[in-house]
Ligand binder design. Structure first.
Ligand SMILES: Nc1ncnc2c1ncn2[C@@H]1O[C@H](COP(=O)(O)OP(=O)(O)OP(=O)(O)O)[C@@H](O)[C@H]1O
Length: 342
């Protein structure tokens, strides 16, 4: 059974005024997040990502459908029971949401105090967590003296204090610079790998998904329009919105303007070749072109490493007589996916 299981979930916010219209923020969503997953949820602003997360930690209640978290159906639970469910879920935020009146130690200890954990046990737990996030020597520092990356590490330690099975990260690196983002993502990877905690990451940044997620769901207008292992979604995006997201970090096919500019600089016929893993080595494809008296130049694209696997969509400019180029394309077309770009 999945750790988070959503079936036919919808969330409708009623109209704010008599003339207003209701908003269907989540529209008939099914989602399984397996224990141990790092699951990315991407979408543009207003797609419904935050609402989805708030349904999982029961800060919002679903209008219809079923939501199970760690085997417990949470729709229809009373507040007291919901509090117990929330105790199994950690959360980190874009703006960190730390208590400024407390030190690093005080912030991490806070959820333990709320849960009624004794002082000695809490002390041991906080020390262990600060060690884990690399902030042991900052225990007595107030949080406004910390950098953004350090603040988020405190946020992560605080979220882990209650030993959750599930960690929800809502745009947790969007306020950080690229280097600090990588540092925080590295920590989240350790939270998953070393502590076995399942993570749902909400983001509009594909770099974050590429860097840490195993699976990804793409949301648009309250629906999940595409989902799957990160490698599959990145290498063969199906929906227009997914292609737009993937193209923010991966040079796939040149768009019309780029193609025109490339044609002006490179004579020859353009072909896009899709390489997946090492199933067909690039060297074999290039050797085939040479054998057929076709010369080539790489004009667009490159190889990508996603989740330890490689793929690339390379656009080549091919030069040779038309019959030679046709014969070469027929020969390599039986081994790799090719598409002529005009
Ligand atoms: N409490 C609310 N009352 C009314 N409408 C809401 C409420 N919360 C969210 N919405 C609406 O639901 C839709 C989805 O919003 P949501 O915040 O979940 O999207 P998002 O993908 O997280 O966007 P962002 O990245 O901007 O936070 C939007 O149209 C939003 O205006």
């Amino acid at each position: 059974m999945a750790l988070v299981e959503m079936r036919g979930v919808s969330k409708v916010f009623p109209a704010a005024s008599r003339n207003g219209t209701a908003v269907r923020a989540i529209d008939d969503v099914d989602l399984d997040v397996e224990a141990g997953d790092i699951y990315g949820i991407v979408g543009y602003s207003g797609a419904g990502k935050s609402t989805l997360i708030r349904l999982v930690n029961a800060l919002e209640s679903a209008t219809s459908g079923s939501i199970r978290v760690d085997g417990t159906e949470i729709t229809g639970l009373r507040e007291r029971q919901l509090q117990r469910v929330r105790l199994g879920i950690g959360m980190i935020f874009q703006q960190f949401n730390l208590l400024r009146s407390r030190t690093v130690y005080g912030n991490v200890a806070y959820p333990l105090q709320v849960a009624g954990v004794g002082k000695a046990e809490a002390h041991e737990r906080v020390a262990e967590l600060l060690q884990f996030v690399g902030l042991a020597e900052k225990a007595h520092t107030y949080t406004d003296q910390l950098s953004g990356g350090q603040k988020q590490r405190v946020g992560i330690a605080r979220a882990l204090a209650i030993s959750p099975k599930l960690l929800l990260a809502d745009e947790s690196t969007s306020a950080l610079d690229p280097e600090t983002t990588q540092e925080v993502l590295g920590l989240l990877r350790r939270v998953n790998a070393e502590l076995g905690i399942t993570i749902m990451v909400i983001t509009h940044e594909m770099e974050v998904v590429k860097s840490i997620a195993h699976k990804v769901a793409v949301m648009e207008d309250g629906r999940i329009v595409e989902r799957g292992p990160v490698f599959d979604v990145f290498s063969e995006p199906q929906q227009p919105v997914t292609r737009r997201f993937v193209s923010t970090i991966i040079d796939d096919v040149p768009d019309r303007d780029a193609l025109a500019a490339l044609h002006a600089r490179h004579p020859g016929r353009f072909v896009r070749i899709a390489f997946r893993d090492e199933s067909v080595p690039q060297a074999e494809v290039f050797a085939e072109l040479i054998r057929r008296d076709v010369t080539f130049e790489l004009v667009h694209g490159g190889m990508e490493d996603v989740g330890g696997r490689t793929f690339g969509n390379l656009t080549l400019s091919l030069r040779g007589t038309d019959p030679d180029v046709d014969a070469a394309l027929a020969a390599i077309g039986s081994r790799v996916e090719t598409r002529e770009l005009r």
